[in-house]
Design a protein around this ligand. Structure first.
Ligand code: BES
Ligand code: MN
Ligand code: MN
Length: 457
């Protein structure tokens, strides 16, 4: 192991330069104008896998490619670890809010600023470098490895489930290892016990067949803006709960042990609010802020479109309103059931004079780990050795819908070991990743691979 870690230590500068090449490719999966860039990122990544001693295939899909790398030198009796991540990134807009260009990685204050540095190219590439260290030093890697990198995570992974189903044999593994989440705080390595699911909709409200003069028609003809506001206002009660009939039916109450672990984390509501510049915190009565983020479901309007929003006053009665409404889900909620409940609720509360329509955007199920067992312990030890402090357990407020699918379709345990920090600006302007975590994390992953060898037998 010491050779491997020394190799990592000696090559950190190059590892960073290579990551910058990866980050320069604008692999924005949501925008077709970037289709060629997204493919380029897939091919670039496949080549780096090959240099690290794996075989790599870039598979075409109806959308963006899926890259699969393999190394099976540990033999059929050794455990197999599937490393999953994504090489696509969120759109960088609004560009004028970036202090340096999103696709020109820039180091400032020990941070790598670039779109995708934290989510997820930086974290995905750490695995490639940890694998390279074994290959380059000839050290024994005690696990077989499959690396699966997709280019559609940020658009709901539409082609990944069919891919995993069709290739379940090739992807068979004992553990799915994912670095696409964060640490609780700087210097505090973390293991995840959960991820929230997602049910995301577009809600359309239609009125007359054209916009109308608001004086000639207002008051007698239904206004989709007014109606939308009433519908949105009906989604929560005054205790911060979601006021949709049946919404909590499948919500599992978390065990007392996890809740007391959450309560023991070094957290202050006041500085949390200050960090994001919010005047105060909100949420469901009876739960702490961290519980509201990790183990309770939410409903959020992510966007609204309606009527005249340009300069000055225009007296107009709009004929259409649209809102993007997302629900973060917790075990055992299911996005299909939430869709039925949401549709029924909207139909029930929609005022007269308008018609309403719910369109599904994407969804995914929540994930809950049993945070124990040999793989979990190996990860805890590897993180403690690399960061010099014991990891904490935390929940994930975000969603990686494929995690449950991996566990079920491949009959494997998922292990989520992430290295971004809470204020890394994922999906926002000025996304960054800490250089310290990039470097210590590569060492942690190399140690973890070494320890996972004893999973079997
Ligand atoms: N890496 C994130 C998910 C994440 C971030 C989980 C931080 C936990 C903590 C992932 O790339 C992501 O952004 N997922 C989307 C869902 C997807 C279906 C578009 C999300 O959570 O909004
Ligand atoms: Mn991600
Ligand atoms: Mn993301």
């Amino acid at each position: 192991m010491s050779d491997v870690l020394r190799f990592v230590e000696d090559n950190l500068g190059r590892f960073r330069e290579e990551l910058y090449d990866f980050l320069r490719i604008p692999s924005v999966s949501a925008k077709s104008e970037h289709d060629a860039d997204t493919r380029e990122a897939a091919e670039w990544f496949g080549q780096r896998l090959q240099e690290a001693g794996l075989t790599a295939v870039v598979h075409d899909t109806p959308g963006h490619p899926i890259v699969v790398g393999e190394w099976r030198g540990a033999g059929p009796d050794a455990p197999t670890v599937l490393i999953y991540g994504h090489y696509d990134v969120q759109p960088p807009e609004p560009l004028d809010l970036w202090d340096s260009p999103p696709f020109e990685p820039t180091e400032r204050d020990g941070r790598i600023y670039a779109r995708g540095s934290a989510d997820d190219k930086g974290q995905l590439y750490m695995h490639v470098k940890a694998l390279e260290a074994f290959h380059a030093t000839g050290a024994e890697l005690p696990i077989n490895v499959v690396v699966l990198a997709e280019g559609e995570e940020e658009v709901g992974s539409p082609n990944l489930v069919p891919f995993v189903e069709a290739r379940a044999d090739e992807l068979a593994c004992d553990v799915v290892l994912i670095s696409d989440t964060g640490m609780f705080a700087e210097g505090l390595p973390s293991l995840l016990f959960s991820l929230r699911g997602l049910a995301y909709f577009e809600l359309h409200v239609h009125g007359a067949n054209s916009d109308l003069h608001s004086g000639e028609y207002g008051g007698a003809v239904g206004n989709p803006g007014n109606a939308m506001s009433r519908i949105i206002a009906s989604l929560h009660d005054d205790k911060g709960r979601i006021a949709i009939d049946g919404f909590y039916d499948d919500v599992v109450e978390w065990d007392a042990e996890t809740r007391s672990q959450i309560a023991g984390l070094p957290h202050s509501d006041k500085s949390f609010a200050q960090d994001v510049g919010a005047p105060g915190l909100i949420g469901e009565d009876g739960y702490s802020a961290l519980e509201r983020l990790w183990i309770r479901p939410t409903c959020d309007v992510c966007g609204i479109l309606c009527g005249y929003t340009g300069e000055g006053a225009k007296t107009v009665l709009p004929n259409h309103a649209m809102a993007k409404v997302s629900f973060r889900l917790v075990p055992d909620q299911h996005p299909d059931r939430i869709k039925e409940l949401f549709e029924a609720h909207v139909a029930k509360v929609a005022p007269r004079g308008v018609t309403v329509e719910v369109r599904e955007l994407h969804g995914g199920r929540p994930w809950k780990a049993s945070p124990s067992g040999p793989a979990f312990e190996a990860a805890g030890e590897a993180l403690a050795e690399a960061f010099g402090t014991e990891p904490v357990l935390m929940g994930g407020g975000g969603s990686i819908p494929i995690v449950v699918e991996f566990e079920e379709k491949l009959d494997a345990t998922a292990l989520l070991v992430g290295f971004s920090l809470p204020n890394c600006n994922l999906h926002a302007p000025n996304e960054w990743f800490p250089i310290e975590n990039y470097e210590k994390g590569i060492g942690a992953l190399a140690r973890l691979y070494g320890k996972l060898g004893s999973l079997r037998g």
